[in-house]
Design a protein around this ligand. Structure first.
Ligand SMILES: [Zn+2]
Length: 144
């Protein structure tokens, strides 16, 4: 891919959906999509990078990704990592119509373990590298 075509990828809700489809097909083929699942950019959140919610009425799940991730300077693996994290919650029955596998969504590091088991450790590595630099920049900016 040339630099030009690379920079031509616009990060919009359609792009998010293509990442979600890719990650679901590749790492969660055993998890049926038994309700509607939406993904979209939300507000510009500095700390909450992603979330998943289940609408009790429509029974649809919605993954929301921080608007900050529209910035092409942020590696796409970081966004994939965030989507993968939310898909683990979905698979574990949090904000989805699947049976709940744990009492709490992050009990005992289950999300990281599940991602590793499903072959997404490379995403975690990219995320760790990025979050370290990002946290340093926040500290410089806000002084904590
Ligand atoms: Zn989580």
């Amino acid at each position: 891919m040339t630099n030009q075509s690379k920079s031509a990828i616009i990060r919009d809700d359609k792009w998010l959906l293509s990442r979600l489809d890719y990650l679901w097909d590749k790492y969660f083929p055993d998890i049926p999509q038994n309700n509607k699942v939406f993904i979209k950019f939300g507000r510009f959140a500095k700390y909450r990078l992603g979330s998943i919610r289940l609408d009790r009425k429509s029974k649809a799940s919605t993954v929301t990704i921080t608007l900050m991730f529209k910035d092409p300077k942020i590696p796409s693996e970081v966004i994939d990592h965030t989507i993968g994290h939310e898909l683990v919650h979905y698979a574990h029955g949090f904000s989805s119509t699947h049976p709940k596998l744990h009492k709490y969504p992050h009990a005992g590091g289950v999300v990281g373990m599940e991602m590793k088991q499903r072959g997404m450790e490379y995403l975690h590595k990219s995320y760790k590298t990025w979050i370290k630099i990002y946290r340093q920049s926040l500290r410089r900016k806000y002084g904590w």
